[in-house]
Design a protein around this ligand. Structure first.
Ligand code: NI
Ligand code: MN
Length: 232
């Protein structure tokens, strides 16, 4: 699968003919000033929770790409009132099959628990925060959103084999490196892509130390450069 990093917790993953974009926060992110927002593609925009650093560019990118917003009911409803009119509301525990191409191939999105908070930028209730488990013919992956380490992650590891996972590693607002290592064990995944680090002062990490800790545990930690595309 082709993965592109747009900074903070924003990644796109291409499945079949479709591009899934997670948690767009690009134009307000000084670290992502090399990204031309008008070139960011998305067929689906998946949003883990209502905080500004996860939805800032959701309406713009939904309109620009005629993309479908997938999130909890409260966030889909709020974004529809801001102009992102194509939405698919879900909630934790549910799954849905979305088109990976125009020939009937699907990928599966399952909403899973995240331990965090969720409120929209204007104070509107933002529902429960969540993560996403994506299953496709090309592989399975887990996008954790903003979350603490939680024992519920063991359910994900028992439920499906995970080829790679996006985990927050920046600490302070989410789990940090040490807890992300335990999370990797809970979900039984050897390929971790770090997110939610270095964007703000509170979440600055020592990436050399992070790499060393993961290497000691025999788990691969990938830290993308902003704008970088890799195939996993
Ligand atoms: Ni958050
Ligand atoms: Mn956040």
């Amino acid at each position: 699968m082709e993965i592109t990093y747009y900074g903070h917790s924003c990644f796109s993953v291409k499945i079949g003919q479709k591009t899934i974009l997670f948690d767009p926060f690009i134009t307000p992110n000084e670290k992502a000033s090399n990204i031309n927002i008008s070139e960011v593609k998305a067929d689906y925009i998946l949003i883990s929770h209502g905080h500004y650093d996860h939805i800032a560019d959701a309406v713009l990118l939904a309109q620009q790409n005629d993309a479908t917003v997938v999130s909890n009911y409260e966030i889909v409803d709020w974004l529809s009132k801001q102009g992102a009119t194509k939405g698919h509301p879900m909630n934790i525990g549910g799954h849905w099959f979305f088109d990976a191409d125009d020939n009937g191939t699907k990928f599966k999105v399952k909403c899973v628990v995240a331990v965090h908070s969720s409120v929209m930028p204007d104070g509107t209730y933002g529902g429960n925060p969540m993560g996403f488990l994506i299953e496709s013919a090309e592989g399975n992956f887990y996008y954790a959103g903003d979350t603490a380490l939680t024992y519920d992650m063991k359910l994900i590891g028992d439920y499906k084999s995970i080829d790679f996972a996006f985990l927050p590693i920046g600490n302070n607002f989410t789990m940090g490196i040490d807890n992300a290592l335990i999370a990797s064990e809970f979900i039984k995944c050897q390929n971790i892509i770090g997110m939610h680090y270095d964007t703000f002062g509170y979440i600055t990490i020592d990436s050399v130390e992070a790499a060393a800790k993961f290497q000691m545990a025999g788990i691969d930690l990938q830290l993308f450069n902003i704008g970088e595309t890799k195939t996993i």
